[in-house]
Design a protein around this ligand. Structure first.
Ligand code: ADP
Length: 162
């Protein structure tokens, strides 16, 4: 069975992430979202909050059979533990490329049995990132087009917005 893992910070999950999930589901009979406990940047939401928001967003969108787990440490160790053969990542602009390229080659070096698979962003989400959504909400903008309702509410609560 082709098992895949979609890792990331998901701080918070956006429609860009969810679009990657829906497309990855067509390629892999088993897909798991893995929320990293210690992302590169200080997260706005705790690990438990990021996991819960991903779960609620999936259910709000009627996406079934995609469990959400959390992990710390090396992604490749998590992948091996779960017996996955592919790690799915999304690619937006060229700015994503350098980091993704470096990570994919490092992971292959650590374990050649786990392949990195890149799904190109949907045109309408090519600009969308968790950081942009946080910025929009921080300045009172409407983020309905970017994130599910439960995420927008969580952002409003977290940022103390009315
Ligand atoms: P990380 O900190 O690991 O990059 P993110 O949550 O920012 O975690 O992103 C997780 C993955 O989802 C990355 O591969 C990223 O490129 C991808 N991604 C994020 N937003 C989008 C989007 N709008 N379209 C396609 N892929 C995306």
């Amino acid at each position: 069975m082709r098992k895949a893992l979609y890792p990331g910070s998901f701080d918070p999950i956006t429609y860009g992430h969810l679009d990657v999930v829906q497309r990855a589901q067509k390629l892999f009979p088993s897909l798991t979202i893995a929320v990293v406990e210690n992302p590169r940047k200080e997260p706005l939401f705790s690990t438990a909050e990021r996991k819960a928001l991903a779960e609620r967003s999936l259910s709000e969108m009627g996406i079934n059979d995609v469990p959400v787990i959390t992990y710390s440490g090396l992604l490749i160790e998590c992948a091996k533990r779960l017996g996955v053969t592919a790690v799915v990542r999304g690619l937006r602009a060229m700015s994503d490329f350098d980091y993704e390229f470096q990570m994919a080659l490092t992971n292959r070096d650590l374990d050649s049995g786990v392949e990195s698979v890149f799904l190109m962003t949907a045109g309408k989400y090519s600009f969308l990132s968790s950081s942009i959504v946080k910025e929009v909400k921080q300045y009172g903008g409407d983020a309905r087009k970017f994130v599910p309702r439960c995420v927008e509410q969580a952002l409003e609560e977290k940022l103390g917005l009315p």
